[in-house]
Design a protein around this ligand. Structure first.
Ligand code: ZN
Length: 244
């Protein structure tokens, strides 16, 4: 078991972390990491169509419902800490104050790795804004001249989790993570997203397909591990290693 290890996951909207990184979160919690999730918005305007179709719906009600769903999903994944910045969505707009707020969280957490959306998303610019923000905040958190005296950030890897239509996003995985042992947690978290039931089976199928890719790349056909569910990630920075 890792001791005092931490990880940080950024989610533009309150459900994104569930579909895309729920397995990684639950798995690392199980391995002894404390995972912090920051949701920049609730996806209240852009990713809550089912709620808006109810009569008399208000923005505040949608935000409350989305927050409840995300908190329930976080419990299913055993998330250590989930924070909601409530910056608004469609469009997600990030000012200097929000950047420094995020830097404060990252410096406090001192994560072993970071996770966020793909670099590019022509359907949803909030997603790519979130990743640009995280790369900027990673840089600021590393700067000795920012709030001198605080512990600066090292150089944690940034893993881009899987977007909805991978080919359209220019996203190409270079890591597959076996999430079979925590799949039940991820499925339970997925089912907390009552407003997006149309995605439940889609992301179950995706995890099974990535499980196939895990086996393909790990020698599974030759008697390797029988990973049934996996998540794919694209890493942003080079790794520094002693052996290949
Ligand atoms: Zn989203």
């Amino acid at each position: 078991m890792a001791q005092n290890k931490t990880a940080f996951v950024l989610s533009a909207h309150s459900a994104d972390f569930v579909w895309r990184a729920g397995g990684a979160i639950a798995l690392h919690q199980k391995k002894g990491y404390a995972v912090t999730v920051v949701c920049l918005s609730y996806g209240e305007r852009g990713e809550s169509a089912k709620l808006w179709k109810q009569e008399g719906c208000t923005l505040e009600r949608v935000k409350t419902e989305r927050r409840k769903e995300a908190e329930a999903a976080a419990r299913a994944l055993n998330v250590h800490d989930i924070q909601f910045f409530d910056l608004g969505d469609y469009p997600l707009e990030i000012d200097r104050e929000a950047k420094f707020r995020l830097v404060d969280v990252i410096r406090k957490v001192q994560p072993a790795f970071l996770m966020s959306h793909s670099h590019y998303d022509p359907y949803n610019t909030d997603h790519s804004h979130a990743t640009r923000l995280l790369m900027e905040c990673r840089m600021i958190a590393q700067a000795w001249g920012h709030n001198p005296g605080q512990k600066v950030l090292g150089a944690p890897q940034l893993y881009l989790y899987e977007p909805h239509q991978t080919e359209q996003m220019g996203w190409k995985p270079d890591v597959f993570l076996d999430i079979t042992e925590v799949w039940d947690n991820k499925r339970a978290a997925i089912e907390c997203m009552a407003g997006q039931e149309h995605l439940w089976d889609y992301y179950t199928n995706l995890a099974q397909n990535r499980g196939n890719h895990f086996r393909r790349n790990s020698g599974g056909q030759a008697g390797g591990r029988n990973a049934r569910y996996a998540e794919g990630f694209q890493s942003v920075y080079p790794r520094t290693v002693d052996e290949l």
